[in-house]
Design a protein around this ligand. Structure first.
Ligand code: SF4
Length: 332
């Protein structure tokens, strides 16, 4: 990277150091050093900078189902972009090259107007900040979001939910849909992977109460979070907010430093059964076969996907069930 190029928001000086207030780690950063996410640098001139501002590692046109978002504009294509770095350190990270191996990556310089241009050229009406943790690239999102919205582009965040309340509130008005990765339901589990469960839970509630389209992903990792009691607690907590919150239970495959066997199909089925007792919309991810959405009222199939392709839609113009008219939280 050739940064620093943008002064960081949300930090304060303390005894010659910077305390970063963007995420719950609240890193103390000495001059010439970076925080845990490696993309916020406190320089000798005592200013905190975002090193990843405008630098992107990945850009692709994706089906929205790939994020995954199953109830938000099903069947649509979106522009996915990703930067570098992360504020957690999951040993089973599926995107570890961009989350942790930034030195070896080729990065492209992109500004918000480039994103608008690329989206329009590809006839896409939505941009997802995804692949790595977008919140640590906060300043870029904060600068780009009003420009994207002004150009009729929707905004999706795919996030681990590890951000402090005040900065989160600064971008909420611009966000249309979010997928939060709820990685564990134990404080110990979250500590192990460098996260804070209470922050993530609070932020899920903030997204929900703000009325942003919300879906959750839970990767079931062999030997990490594959205990039935923990999963029961997770499901009960989600259901206590709303049984209509969409939950994706994703199958893990060995990646990065975690080489335990893939999640067994039996466990995936058992967790799916547990979740469907309390929640109306539960999906198994990273498993072959068609994935259906059933109307919570009449039980008929209203959406069906094969791979990431939506192949059947029984929806009214406003996204309700075309058989009985029920609202299943599907945004068209
Ligand atoms: S955003 Fe980065 S530097 Fe700031 S507190 Fe979080 S991990 Fe530390």
């Amino acid at each position: 990277m050739r940064g620093p190029v943008r002064k960081a928001l949300y930090w304060h000086p303390d005894n010659g150091d910077a305390i970063c207030d963007l995420c719950p780690h609240h890193c103390r950063i000495h001059p010439s050093e970076t925080g845990l996410c490696k993309v916020r640098n406190f320089t000798e001139d005592r200013e905190l900078y975002s090193l990843s501002y405008g630098f992107f590692s990945s850009l692709a046109s994706d089906p929205v189902e790939k994020k995954p978002l199953y109830h938000w504009k099903p069947g649509s294509m979106i522009l996915s972009i990703g930067s570098i770095g992360c504020n957690m350190w999951c040993p089973f990270c599926q995107n570890w090259q961009i989350a942790s191996g930034m030195e070896k990556l080729e990065l492209t310089r992109i500004d918000p107007d480039d994103i608008v241009r690329i989206a329009k050229e590809r006839n896409l009406s939505c941009v997802a900040f995804t692949y790595n943790e977008p919140m640590i690239n906060y300043e870029f999102i904060a600068d780009a979001a009003p420009i994207l919205r002004k150009n009729d582009l929707d905004i999706i965040l795919v996030t681990n939910g590890m951000i402090c309340k005040t900065p989160l509130e600064g971008i909420l008005p611009y966000i249309n849909a979010v997928n939060v990765d709820l990685k564990s339901f134990s404080n110990e589990g979250y500590r192990y992977i460098g996260g804070d469960m209470e922050t993530v839970k609070k932020n899920i509630k903030i997204f929900f109460n703000y009325g942003i389209h919300l879906e959750l992903t839970h990767l079931v990792v062999t030997g990490f979070n594959d205990h039935e009691s923990e999963f029961n607690d997770l499901v009960n907590w989600v259901a206590s907010i709303s049984p209509d919150i969409i939950l994706h239970i994703s199958r893990y495959f060995p990646a990065y430093k975690w080489l335990k066997p893939p999640t067994s199909i039996g466990l995936m089925n058992s967790f799916h059964d547990i979740a469907t007792r309390k929640l109306n919309y539960v999906y198994k991810g990273n498993i072959d076969g068609a994935v259906k959405t059933f109307c919570k009222n009449c039980g008929k199939t209203i959406l069906e996907r094969k791979g990431y392709r939506t192949v059947l839609k029984n929806l009214t113009q406003n996204g309700n069930c075309s058989f009985c008219g029920t609202d299943n939280g599907i945004v068209i």
